[in-house]
Every structure is written in structure tokens, then in C-alpha cells.
Design a protein around this ligand. Structure first.
Ligand code: PLP
Length: 436
């Protein structure tokens, strides 16, 4: 038996039995083998450009040598650290995160950090903090949004995730993307916060217009309501700035980061919030702990990640790649007749197709041709296209050749026979905003 067959059998027996048949439809039934830089290989040696990067985990590529060195050095003299004690690594990283957010023209800045080990946990803390600080119970969030599968974060996401688990979350009110321009009409005395992914990923990387985001910030401020931004996918240089909210010239009250903060090597996530919220702990400083949150090994990885994400030269490279992909996909719009455009801020990008079935077919062809990518699950007319930020221009050229070939080969597929597509929510976005 090959190691691929053996792994598939083990997966089928001891992990998820129902994922594999679905994954086969799109060429996602890969058993990962070697990985390095912008590539990974399946155990049989087929090479893939990683254009999924686990939502940003591999922003710095696979097994980035600087991250590996920092983590190896840390392993030489540290361990996870004790969450009851003070930590030099954690304290320094907190300062670096706060400073990375900078200040607005009116001098607003972030103040403090709580570390966690997963993105859902970081968003759970954001919601807890918003409710605790304001003493109010309601969070406004986006229909079709995604913040993780843990408790509160699952409640803030799409209904299909909570329904399946018979979980009836309280206090989360869902609004549509177009409702953001009249966000104030949803406020009441119990509204604690508005929570958004700065650019919603699972909802198809539909870019919230600048005026809309500024309106949301202005209205939340005027009504004493907090603004929480989920930067778990959009942050850490992915958008061409350190944080995507910096494109909008605003400062949230709370934001969460994760995924890429790990450097792809050691999990660590964080919730960053304004200084005055610290008063929540006044009566009892013991109301929140996370054993693995902010482990000292994770801090070593995150330190290198933040060095990259705040480096102007690194960000200039991200923006140069972004321009390259925009031009290349714009050409495809004219040449292929199958592509409608690219939704894009920096390298936070998705290729939008003329219809869902062409998109699903293109995703399957891309994977067959060695470009690993997925469609946005709550807007399946677009394929998320997130190459590692460290990709060279030469690699980007080679990647686009495969993309062109795959789109050429894509034929609309009849999705009515697929249980998955016939029973799940269809695309929700009728006209997406593609750029800032
Ligand atoms: C925008 C966003 N927020 C939160 C999460 C949850 O992160 P985690 O899977 O680490 O809990 C994800 C994960 O995909 C995400 O994309």
C-alpha cells in the first residue's frame, strides 16, 4: 500500500469520513508531503503552488528559514512559558503589535494585547471584551461572515455553521453588506459593537468601499459603539499595508490577528484593544486566561512575522506582485470570456468568474494543474487567490501561465447532481466591489 492510500484509509477511519468525497470533486484530496517556500508537494511528488496558504498562515512561505531559525533558537532555551507569570517575550511582542497599528491623523492608537492560540479564540475574546466593557449584549455582524468555529465567534458567523450543531447563539444580529451604509439604523440601547472582517474572505473578498467603512467608523464613534475588526486573514502585510484597516485611514477599537502570526510554524493569535478597556479587569484581574495563548515559542515566530509585515520594502514587493496579478487577470477578462475581474487589495485577492459553475470547474482545473486554491464558500463565483507574499516575480509569471491554462480548460459544470451545491447557500453577492 502506498503511503497515500494508507493515509487516506486512516483519515477515512479515524478523521472525517465525509470530507474526502467532496474534496475529490475539486482535486483537494491531497496528502501533503514536502513543503518549501511557495510550494508544497503531495506524497507522490506532485508540486503545487500554494495559493490557499491556509488563509494567510503561509504568508511567508512554507518553512520560512528565518522563522525556523527563530523558533529553533527559542527551543534552545525557552518553553511555552507559564501564563500566570510575566514573560519578556510576550511583553515585547505586545509592544510590537500595538506599535504596528500606528496612529490615525487624530492621534488614536491601540493600547494592549491579549494572546490566544487560535483565531476563533482571539475573536471570542474580542466579543467578550466588547460586551464586558460596554455592559451591553448585542453585536452587529455580517451575514455570510466568518470568524471561526468556537463559541462566540461561531455565533457571529453564518447561520449554516450554528444550525448544524443545534447552537442558538444569542446577541448576534446579522446585517447585509449593503446595510453598512445605514448601520446607524440598526443601533439600539443594547448594541455593544459592530464586528467585521476588514475585507470579508469567506464572503468572496468583496471589498468594503472606503466611504462605507469610514461611515461605519464615524457612526459607531458618535453612538458610543465599538468597532471590532477581524484581521485574521487580511492582516500582517497581506493587503499591501501592515493592517488592512490602514487602507481606510481608521483605527478600530479592537482587532484580532492570527493565522500568519504563527509564521506557519507555531500557533499564536492576538486580540489588540484600546487602553481604556483594561478597566474591565479592575474588579477581578483573574477573569481571563489562556494556557497556550502567547506561548514563548509562538512569540519567537511572531516577532519575525511582524518584522516583515512592517518593513516598507517587503510591503512594496507585495504591492508590485499585486499590480502584476491585476494586469494579468484584467487580460484574462478580455481573452477568456470566463473571468469577470479580480477582487483585490494587495495580495488579498480572488478571481471572479462569470458564474458559479465556471468557477467550480476552474478551481478543479487549477488544482489538477498544480495550483492549490479554493472557492469562497459564501460566494462561490470567486476563487480565492492568495499566493505567499514572498513569491518572486519569476514564480508569479510561472503561476499565471498555469492559471491561464486552467481557465482555458474550465467548462461550466452541472452542479445540480452534487448534494453539496444543491443543498447549500448559493452565491449571495450580485455585484461585488472589487477594489478600494
Ligand atoms: C477571518 C477569519 N477569522 C477567524 C478565523 C478562525 O481562525 P482559527 O481557524 O484559527 O480559529 C478564520 C479562519 O479561517 C478566518 O478566516
Amino acid at each position: 500500500m502506498t503511503s497515500r492510500d494508507e493515509t487516506i484509509q486512516l483519515h477515512d477511519t479515524y478523521l472525517s469520513r465525509h470530507k474526502l468525497p467532496l474534496f475529490r470533486q475539486f482535486g483537494w484530496d491531497v496528502v501533503e508531503g514536502k513543503r518549501e517556500g511557495v510550494f508544497f508537494w503531495d506524497v507522490n511528488g506532485k508540486r503545487y503552488f500554494d495559493c490557499h496558504v491556509c488563509g494567510g498562515v503561509y504568508n511567508l512561505g512554507h518553512r520560512n528559514p528565518k522563522v525556523i531559525k527563530a523558533v529553533s533558537d527559542a527551543l534552545g532555551h525557552l518553553d511555552l512559558g507559564n501564563h500566570h507569570l510575566m514573560s519578556t517575550e510576550r511583553s515585547r511582542l505586545a509592544r510590537k503589535l500595538v506599535e504596528s497599528a500606528g496612529a490615525t491623523s487624530t492621534g488614536e492608537r491601540m493600547g494592549r494585547v491579549v494572546f490566544s492560540s487560535g483565531g476563533g479564540e482571539a475573536m471570542d475574546f474580542a466579543f467578550k471584551m466588547a460586551k464586558g466593557y460596554t455592559g451591553k449584549s448585542k453585536i452587529l455582524c455580517l451575514e455570510g461572515g466568518y470568524h471561526g468555529h468556537t463559541g462566540l465567534s461561531m455565533g457571529a458567523g453564518d447561520e449554516k455553521y450554528t444550525k448544524a450543531w443545534n447552537y442558538k447563539p444569542e446577541g448576534f444580529m446579522k446585517i447585509g453588506l449593503t446595510d453598512l451604509d445605514r448601520i446607524e439604523t440598526f443601533f439600539d440601547d443594547e448594541t455593544a459593537a459592530v464586528s467585521l472582517e476588514t475585507i470579508p474572505a469567506t464572503l468572496g473578498m468583496n471589498v468594503i468601499p472606503r466611504e462605507t467603512m469610514q461611515h461605519v467608523r464615524k457612526m459607531t464613534r458618535e453612538h458610543g459603539i465599538l468597532l471590532i475588526l477581524d484581521e485574521i486573514q487580511t492582516g500582517l502585510g497581506r493587503s499591501g499595508k501592515t493592517w488592512a484597516f490602514q487602507h481606510y485611514g481608521i483605527m478600530p477599537d479592537i482587532f484580532a490577528t492570527g493565522k500568519g502570526l504563527s509564521g506557519g510554524i507555531y500557533p499564536i493569535t492576538a486580540t489588540v484593544y484600546r487602553d481604556e478597556m483594561e478597566r474591565v479587569y479592575e474588579q477581578n484581574p483573574m477573569i481571563h486566561f489562556s494556557t497556550f495563548g502567547g506561548s514563548e515559542i509562538g512569540c519567537a515566530a511572531a516577532d519575525i512575522v511582524l518584522d516583515h509585515a512592517t518593513d516598507p520594502e517587503f510591503l512594496a514587493h507585495v504591492n508590485a506582485l499585486s499590480d502584476f496579478f491585476r494586469d494579468a487577470v484584467d487580460d484574462l477578462v478580455i481573452q477568456s470570456g470566463k473571468v469577470s475581474g479580480i477582487r483585490q487589495v494587495g495580495l488579498f485577492q480572488a478571481i471572479e468568474f462569470v458564474d458559479v459553475s465556471t468557477c467550480i470547474s476552474a478551481v478543479a482545473r487549477l488544482n489538477a494543474n498544480g495550483v492549490f486554491c479554493v472557492f469562497s464558500n459564501n460566494d462561490r463565483v470567486c476563487a480565492q487567490f492568495m499566493p505567499p507574499l514572498v513569491m518572486t516575480m519569476e514564480e508569479a509569471g510561472e503561476l499565471m501561465t498555469l492559471v491561464r491554462q486552467s481557465i482555458d480548460e474550465a467548462e461550466p459544470r452541472d452542479l445540480s447532481s452534487s448534494d453539496f451545491f444543491s443543498t447549500q447557500t448559493e452565491a449571495r453577492i450580485t455585484s461585488a466591489n472589487r477594489h478600494l
